[in-house]
Design a protein around this ligand. Sequence first.
Ligand code: HAM
Length: 428
Amino acid sequence: MKYQKPKGTADIMPDQSSKWQYVEETARKLFEKYCYQEVRTPIFEKFEVFSRTSGETSDIVTKEMYDFYDKGDRHITLRPEGTAGVVRAFVENKLYGPEIQKPVKTYYMGPMFRYERPQSGRLREFHQIGVEAFGVDNPALDVEVMAMAINLLKQFGLTSLKLAVNTLGDDESRQAYRQALVDYLTPFENELSDDSKERLKKNPLRILDSKDSNDQKIVEKAPSILDYLTPQAHARFETIKELLSVLDIDYVVDSNMVRGLDYYNHTIFEIMSADDAFGGKWTTICAGGRYNKLVKELGGPETPGIGFGLGVERLLLVIENQSLPIAKKLDVYVVGIGEQTSTESLKLVQTLRNQGFVAERDYLDRKPKGQFKTASKLAAQYTLTIGESELVEKTANLKNMQTGTEKKVTLADVYQDFALLINSITEE
Ligand code: HAM
């Protein structure tokens, strides 16, 4: 019987995993500079954690949930996104407590699941690197979060980026806008897609996010949320734009942007790339925003929050063709000539690894030529060659693969301190 991976999933094989590790390590290092700490939450949660937060009329809840009843008849969902689970954990672990320093800055990375139609950059199991920061409503934090996302993408060498920002304002702004939108859309009701007819009653803002081309044409002339902001929400958005300029971050305001999840208010943003990987079309790699009601929604005290999620597969599509410094370095390749050297080679690689070096050897009793070829292919810095005569003499031949310099060394010195030996060969 032939087994194949489920549709919309991918195997990350050894030749690709170094890229993933590089992306993850770069993100960790950057997040730590901004004082974020990692949080790991379950890959599945109670269905309601997502249904109550993503929005009743969102595509995620209506079409894309991987949900099931477990053997104890609990309604479970594989997480479609990271935010709701992190908020649930924030509340459950009472990180809102006054004794805890605010903002509480967290990051995470891992798989998410959405039943979507698979295509390039869209999978059913995909991976996000995300951040969530709680307890501070200061616009400076909104801008810092956006700046951090841009910094991260720039570190990967991404250049053709567009930061689109918008605001959904506060409750009062949104209610006024909702009414304006209903007034505008009602005359078009019969022309709207079935989904949007439903949304018109339940959540008209969602229509702005419709993927139906006719809906999109209709909403082109829809009123803009920016004309319905309360003075406070307006001032907040002005501050955001000012602070982006202070940091020299280019942005465009996209007043039709609503995002696919319902929990946002005030700042929302998307970072897009128009790389060849997406046929030159603007594709969102990273997206996020502020969600000041979500902690309360999941049972905590009203606590502001903001964050973003970055699609790792989409990021990798863009950086795939760039030469990234991702090759894992190999310090030493031990070339063993003749079967008798195998035990010594085993001891050598073991010792070198214990001394902190990345070391590899031949396990197939191959000819020296083949072993040197492998050493070059693995970009080994040094080779340590041991044949039967060296075995008797208790020596080996150390070679710097970059300069070609060679030196006879004693095994005792290798076992004592290999770092000293390579220093001596470099100084000569
Ligand atoms: P989102 O816009 O639904 O936001 O997803 C964020 C990113 O995840 C997208 O921009 C995209 O790169 C990637 N992504 C989403 N769906 C797929 C898919 N099916 N296949 C591949 N990549 C995908 C969120 O998930 C929010 N939790 C972001 C956030 C964090 N907002 C505040 N904090």
